[in-house]
Design a binder for this molecule. Structure first.
Ligand code: F6R
Length: 607
C-alpha cells in the first residue's frame, strides 16, 4: 500500500520519478505527489485521485531538480485529499512514507505540546516534525532521521530530502519493503524493483531496519545496529512486457489470458514430461509423519488455501486447518509439535500473513511460503519458499496468482499423498495426465469469451449476486463472489449450496442472479437439488458446468457456461476462469475501472 520513489542524479529527476510512480500505482491511487529540490528550495506538486492528475499538473507547471521524492497513496489516516497527499514538508525536511505509524497520535500530541504545528490528518506528518526536532537539538540529518525512527511504532518505508543537504537522499525501512536502484550516474529508492524496471534492472533489496544515505555516486547502508553493511546488487528479471498491458485492454484481461502458459510451465516444473512421474525433489518437504498442517492467508489466497484443504485431506489423508491471517495472528492458537505451517501470499508482503508466519515461528513450526515475489518478506523469512512463477500481477483483482497458487498446492497435495502412501502411483499418474491436459482446456475456456458479455447483461444491474457450489466448488464460489464484488461493486456472496436453506436463501428475489458451479462430480445431484430450490423462488440461475449438468438445470444454453470435462484435481483451476471472466465482463459493462477498483490497493502492507 502506497508506493514511493526517490531519485538523485545531480540533473533532472522528475521524469524518472513519474515513470516509477506509474509502475507503483497498483499499490494505491487515492492521490499522488512529487517534490524536487532545486536552487535550495523544495518545489512540490500534489493531486487528488489517480496519477494522471499529477501528470497533468506536471505538464502545465513543470518542476524538476537534481534530487526528488514521490508517492502514490492508499489512504490510511486522513481522507484522500490534496492536503493529505505526500510528500509532507516541515521546514527543511520533506518526507514520503509507506506504512502506518501506530503511535502517531501520542507523538503528534507531544509534538504539538512542544509547539509543532500540523497541517494534515496523516500519521506520516509526525516523521518530518521529529526529524526537524532532533536537528534542532544539534544532530546531523543522518543522526536525526535515525533518532526519529526510534520513536516510531508500526511499519514504514521512508524516503527523506533535506534542504540543507541538497546532494543527498535518505531512506529507511521497518516492515515495509524498499529497494535501491543503480542507474547511470543516478541512484534510486523505490517500494519495489518493478517500479524501476523501465529505468534500471540493477537493484539491491534492503533488509528490515536498514538506513541508507545516498548521493549521486555513493550509497552507504547501515543495518539496525548502526553497522555499515553491503547489500548485494542483483539484476532483476522483470521485463518491460511484464509491466505493460501488452496489447490487452487491461492488466486483469492480460493476466487472465496468461494463465494457460503459467499452468503449463508449473506442470513441467513438477512432472517429468515423458513419464509423467512426479519430480519429488521440487518440493523439499517430507509429509510422511505430519499430524496436521496449518494454512494461513488473506483474500483470494485464502480461498486457494480452502481449496487445498480438500486436496490434502482427500489425497494425502492429512488434516489441515485453514485460517485467515488477520484472525489467526491474534487467536493464540496452540500449534502442533514439529508442525508445518503454510503461508500463501501473491505479494509476499501482506502484513497480516507476515505476522501470522512470525507467530508460527514462535511455535517452532516449519514455515513454508507460497509466493509470487521472489524477494518478498515471506519468501526471505520462511524456512522454505515455493514460487508460483506467475510473473508480476498488476491488476488489483488477483487472477493468475490464484490459479498458480492452486496448481502449486495441487502438486504439494500429490507429493504429500505419495509421501504418506495415501496416493497410489497409478492414481498419481492419472492425476498428472489430467493436469497435463489442463492448459489446453483453459485455452478452450478462454476462446469462448464472448458469452461473458451476454451474461454480464444479466448481472450488471442487480445489487446482489449469489455464487454457490459444493465440495471444491464452495471455496470457488467464495472466490467468484470476491472477484465480482471487488471490481463491479455488486454485493456478492459465495455459499456452500447445501447451506442455502440455513439462511442465505432468504436473499433470493425474483431475478436474483445465482451463479451455480456445477461440475459433473459426485455431488452433482445434491447440487442440482439445491439449485432447483433457488429457482423455485425466482432466482435467475447461471450454471457453470459440464453439458450434462447444464441440461439438468434446464436454463437456456445462452445463459450457461459450458465447461470442458474436469476432475477433482483440475476443476478449481479450470473453473476459476469463468469466475474471473464474468467479473471482468460485468465491470466493463458497468464502465468501471477494472484494474483500479475504488478503496483497494494491491499489496496490503498494513493491518
Ligand atoms: C482479491 C485480492 C486480495 C488478495 C489479498 C491477499 O482479488 O487480490 O484479496 O488476495 O489481499 O494478498 P496476497 O496474496 O498478496 O497476500
Amino acid at each position: 500500500m502506497c508506493g514511493i520513489v526517490g531519485a538523485i542524479n545531480g540533473g533532472k529527476v522528475a521524469s524518472d520519478l513519474l515513470t516509477g510512480l506509474r509502475r507503483l500505482e497498483y499499490r494505491g491511487y487515492d492521490s499522488a505527489g512529487l517534490a524536487v529540490l532545486q536552487n535550495d528550495d523544495f518545489h512540490l506538486h500534489k493531486a487528488q485521485g489517480e496519477l494522471k492528475n499529477l501528470e497533468k499538473l506536471m505538464k502545465t507547471d513543470p518542476i524538476d531538480g537534481r534530487v526528488g521524492i514521490s508517492h502514490t497513496r492508499w489512504a490510511t489516516h486522513g481522507e484522500p485529499s490534496e492536503l493529505n497527499a505526500h510528500p509532507h514538508t516541515v521546514k527543511n525536511i520533506c518526507v514520503v512514507h509507506n506504512g502506518i505509524i501506530e503511535n502517531y497520535q501520542d507523538l503528534r500530541d507531544k509534538l504539538i505540546s512542544e509547539g509543532h504545528e500540523f497541517l494534515s490528518q496523516t500519521d506520516t506528518e509526525v516523521i518530518p516534525h521529529l526529524i526537524v526536532k532532533y536537528q534542532h537539538q544539534g544532530m546531523s540529518v543522518e543522526v536525526a532521521i535515525q533518532r526519529a525512527i526510534q520513536d516510531l511504532e508500526g511499519a514504514y518505508a521512508i524516503c527523506v530530502m533535506d534542504k540543507y543537504a541538497p546532494d543527498m537522499l535518505f531512506a529507511a525501512r521497518h516492515g515495509s519493503p524498499l529497494v535501491l536502484g543503480y542507474g547511470e550516474d543516478t541512484h534510486y529508492v523505490a517500494s519495489d524493483a518493478m517500479a524501476l524496471a523501465p529505468i534500471t534492472q540493477k537493484v539491491s533489496y534492503l533488509e528490515d531496519d536498514d538506513f541508507v544515505a545516498l548521493n549521486q555516486h555513493h550509497v552507504e547502508i547501515y543495518n539496525g545496529n548502526g553497522t555499515h553493511v553491503q547489500r548485494a546488487i542483483s539484476v532483476s528479471n522483470i521485463k518491460e512486457d511484464d509491466v505493460g498491458t501488452n496489447g490487452y485492454e487491461h492488466f486483469m484481461q492480460k493476466e487472465i489470458f496468461e494463465q494457460p502458459d503459467i499452468i503449463q510451465n508449473l506442470f513441467f516444473k513438477y512432472f517429468n514430461r515423458r513419464t509423467l512421474g512426479f519430480r519429488r525433489e521440487q518440493i523439499n518437504i517430507n509429509f510422511s509423519d505430519l499430524k496436521k498442517m496449518t494454512i494461513v492467508a488473506c483474500g483470494t489466497s485464502y480461498y486457494a488455501a480452502q481449496t487445498a484443504k480438500y486436496w490434502f485431506e482427500k489425497y494425502a489423508h492429512l488434516p489441515v486447518e485453514v485460517d485467515i491471517a488477520s484472525e489467526f495472528r491474534y487467536r493464540e492458537s496452540p500449534m502442533a509439535k514439529d508442525g508445518v505451517a503454510l503461508f500463501i501470499s501473491q505479494s509476499g508482503e501482506t502484513a497480516d500473513t507476515i505476522a501470522a508466519m512470525k507467530y508460527a515461528k514462535s511455535w517452532n513450526q516449519k514455515t513454508i511460503g507460497i509466493v509470487n515475489s521472489e524477494r518478498s518478506t515471506i519468501a526471505r523469512e520462511c524456512d522454505l519458499d515455493l514460487m508460483i512463477e506467475a510473473g508480476p500481477e498488476i491488476g488489483v483483482a488477483s487472477t493468475k496468482a490464484f490459479t498458480a497458487q492452486l496448481m502449486t498446492l495441487a502438486c504439494m497435495a500429490m507429493k504429500a499423498g505419495i509421501d504418506r502412501g495415501a496416493l497410489l502411483s497409478d492414481d498419481a499418474i492419472k492425476m498428472a495426465q489430467q493436469l497435463s491436459e489442463l492448459p489446453e482446456k483453459m485455452r478452450e475456456v478462454l476462446d469462448d469469451k464472448e458469452i461473458y458479455d451476454d451474461l454480464a447483461e444479466l448481472i450488471k444491474d442487480h445489487s446482489t449476486a449469489i455464487f454457490v457450489g459444493r465440495g471444491l466448488g464452495f471455496p470457488l464460489a467464495m472466490e467468484g463472489a470476491l472477484k465480482l464484488k471487488e471490481i463491479s461493486y455488486i454485493h456478492a456472496e459465495g455459499f456452500g449450496a447445501g447451506e442455502l436453506k440455513h439462511g442465505p436463501i432468504a436473499l433470493i428475489e425474483q431475478g436474483t442472479p445465482v451463479i451455480a458451479i456445477t461440475p459433473d462430480d459426485a455431488l452433482l445431484e445434491k447440487n442440482i437439488s439445491n439449485i432447483r430450490e433457488v429457482q423455485a423462488r425466482g432466482a435467475n440461475v447461471i450454471p457453470v458446468g459440464d453439458c450434462s449438468s447444464i441440461k439438468d438445470i434446464g436454463v437456456s444454453p445462452k445463459q450457461a457456461v459450458k465447461m470442458p470435462s474436469s476432475t477433482g484435481i483440475t476443476m478449481p483451476i479450470l473453473y476459476a476462469l469463468p469466475m474471473q471472466l464474468l467479473a471482468y465482463a460485468t465491470t466493463c459493462a458497468k464502465g468501471l475501472n477494472v484494474d483500479k477498483p475504488r478503496n483497494l490497493a494491491k499489496s496490503v502492507t498494513v493491518e
